[in-house]
Design a protein around this ligand. Structure first.
Ligand code: TYD
Ligand code: MG
Length: 454
């Protein structure tokens, strides 16, 4: 390590030799911060000076059993964890302030305690009194969770060493500070050093450590992005303000599948599990209306039906609006371009709004066809059949491509009372489910066949 300062991007963790307004690696603005060295330890001498110890190497094949897991009994949480909590694992739970991270983890700590794990909850944000008040509200006042309010990581580690819990929740990583690091709590250096200490502790003592991390859209607080690389599992807790639905999403998991989601509802008594999210997301659906289409999606291992809404309106602006909530803006631009180039349906001079109902965020390309159908329905001012689900991917040529797990999607649609499905040609629909399946080869045919335009 040289003496010159180094700089780290709080968004992607890339290091730079000098400060700049924009990170070359990920393009984020105002995300680069100066690092301070991790410790004022002995100066690095270079590797030539002394020989290291020999590392024991082993074979790939081993007879070790899979890690023992403890289920919390909250199925929505256990599934996202990959089937329960793994000892010695480090988990980051990120999300916007106020989304419900502390509530979720207090409930989880209580559940794990009930399942026989020794649970410790350290709050760096609230006094024990406040945490107790929340516990009372959640009906967990008597749960055997050991509580601490502290931000000094040295003291916390000493406490954990003495208590030897099975699970320790640290809320939040941004409030923690180490006296060996010469910068303010919440800075990248502190967050990284604190996370490093806690992850090391988890591995050394076999405690599962859960770190809470706040994410801000502007990245004002050092984002937990730099922590993502250090932990085994990264979960994001998401939801739209004004909606009571909350989604816990695994974006990285060394002990289970990523992309798995758990669905919760924020109630007056904390987070309630939502075992049948499709019913919930469709529960809000209004009468048949132009621009509304039900997408049969897959989130992780589960089918999830949700409503896609489009609104198309003339605009006097030279640059019409393209506004998307819950889906990718670039993908919307692509679908509009395909409709225009392959089907001759122009969207120039029209504002386009696209919304995934219920505050859900969809990343699947399988939603293409549902989006295109919603756009066409809005554009032609013709309601799409209310009893039909839609899914399929659209290629730039306008061809429709089958997607995975067609049968699972159709079954879920049937279960929820739908009678028909619109899918790409060649989809493996399996045996009849009592659902009318209409296959389409390409987008122009959909335009002609269903909306009578084009
Ligand atoms: P909180 O868990 O403190 O969020 P975070 O730790 O992510 O910042 O939850 C904050 C919100 O949740 C707060 O606005 C109040 C609401 N809430 C409920 O609606 N019901 C409840 O039972 C609890 C405990 C909180
Ligand atoms: Mg909190």
């Amino acid at each position: 390590m040289g003496k010159s300062p180094s700089f780290t991007c709080t968004e992607c963790g890339a290091t730079h030799a000098k400060w700049s307004g924009r990170c070359d690696a990920c393009g984020a603005w105002n995300a680069i911060q100066e690092d301070t060295p991790l410790s004022a330890g002995p100066k690095s001498r270079g590797l030539g000076a002394s020989r290291g110890a020999q590392v024991a190497l082993t074979d790939l094949a081993s007879s070790e059993a899979p890690p023992p897991r403890t289920a919390s009994g909250l199925d929505e949480l256990d599934r996202v964890l990959g089937g329960g909590l793994v000892p010695a694992s480090a988990i980051l739970v990120g999300g916007d302030p106020g989304i419900g991270k502390s509530t979720l983890l207090l409930q989880a700590a209580a559940r794990f305690a009930a399942a026989g794990l020794k649970s410790v909850y350290i709050s760096g944000e609230e006094a024990t009194q406040q945490v107790r008040m929340r516990a009372r509200r959640l009906g967990l006042a008597d749960a055997p969770v050991r509580l601490g309010a502290e931000t000094n990581l040295r003291d916390i580690l000493t406490t954990l060493d003495a208590e030897k819990p099975d699970i320790a929740v640290v809320d939040s990583i941004q409030t923690m500070w180490l006296d060996t690091v010469d910068s303010a709590p919440g800075s990248v250096s502190q967050v990284r050093a604190a996370a490093h200490e806690l992850v090391t502790y988890a591995k050394r003592r076999g405690t599962a450590v859960v770190l809470v991390g706040h994410v801000t859209k502007e990245g004002q607080i050092a984002g937990p992005r730099v922590v993502e690389h250090m932990v085994d599992t990264v979960l994001y807790f998401e939801g739209e303000r004004g909606h009571q639905f909350r989604i816990l999403r695994a974006v990285k998991n060394r002990f289970g599948p990523a992309d798995e989601i758990g669905v919760f509802e924020m109630t007056g008594q904390g987070l309630a599990e939502v075992a049948n999210p499709s019913a919930l997301f469709l529960g809000e659906r209004d009468a048949p209306a132009p621009g509304s289409v039900v997408f049969a999606g897959i989130e992780g291992t589960r089918p999830l039906l949700c409503e896609i809404q489009a609104l198309v309106a003339p605009t006097p602006q030279a640059q019409p609006r393209r506004s998307v909530v819950g889906w990718d803006g670039g993908r919307l631009a692509m679908i509009l371009a395909v409709l225009e180039a392959r089907c001759g349906i122009p969207f120039a001079g029209l504002d386009v709004y696209l919304n995934v109902a219920g505050g859900l965020r969809i990343a699947e390309p399988g939603a293409d066809l549902a989006v295109a159908t919603a756009l066409l329905s809005a554009r032609e001012d013709a309601a799409f059949p209310h009893d039909t689900v839609v899914f399929g991917e659209i290629s730039l040529s306008g061809a429709l491509r089958p997607v995975t797990q067609t049968e699972t999607r159709l079954k879920e649609a049937r279960k929820l009372g739908f009678n028909a499905a619109l899918v790409p040609d060649g989809s493996k629909t399996g045996p009849g489910l009592g659902l009318r399946v209409r296959e389409m080869p390409n987008l122009p045919e959909l335009v002609g066949g269903i909306f009578g335009a084009g």
